[in-house]
Ligand binder design. Structure first.
Ligand code: SAM
Length: 162
């Protein structure tokens, strides 16, 4: 598969997982957390497909398209090691959806940050809440969800809190 095909598949998988995740939490209450603003593409998409969602974004260095930058009240600026503990204090047991897209080309580092994030997820999610992640983020008590049709296992991960 060419690199172009691979990027297209990855973005299609991301979009399908976001749609499935938003559909599954539509009737729940609580905020949505976007971990990794990047260009702001997925943030913008979640805004579009979940117009009644209040979205809080976590990013250590904002460099997104100007139209895709949240206001200061909805931005946790800094490293996740500093902002996730604050998020738990503020949102404990209230979050309906987390989307995490923090991967780089460094697989070992990706796995490490996935495990790190997973440690916070049970404290953040409400019952029935979901994490969608580009990294493995299994946590204690998690229900692994089937991925949307056409998304290869391992490309994305989806878990629901009991
Ligand atoms: N979802 C984004 C989009 O669609 O445009 C792309 C996100 S990009 C792949 C990953 C982002 O995560 C980068 O902007 C990076 O700065 C941020 N990031 C990675 N590790 C982080 C950390 N430990 N704390 C805060 N932000 C982090």
């Amino acid at each position: 598969m060419s690199r172009l095909d691979s990027v297209i598949r990855r973005l299609q998988a991301q979009r399908a997982c976001l749609q499935q995740g938003v559909d599954l939490v539509r009737d729940l209450q609580g905020p949505v957390l976007e971990l990794g603003l990047g260009n702001g593409r997925t943030y913008d998409h979640i805004r579009e497909i979940c117009s009644n969602c209040e979205i809080f974004v976590f990013e250590r260095k904002v460099a997104a398209h100007p139209d895709c930058i949240p206001d200061d009240e909805h931005l946790f600026l800094g490293d996740l090691s500093e902002t996730l503990p604050r998020a738990v204090e503020r949102f404990r047991g209230q979050v309906r959806l987390i989307h995490s897209d923090i991967g780089t080309g460094d697989q070992a580092r990706n796995a490490e940050i996935g495990r790190y994030i997973a440690g916070f997820v049970p404290d953040l999610l409400c019952p029935g809440g979901i994490i969608i992640s580009d990294q493995e983020t299994a946590f204690s008590g998690a229900e692994a969800l089937a991925l949307p049709e056409g998304v290869r296992p391992g490309r994305y991960y989806m878990y629901r809190a009991g």
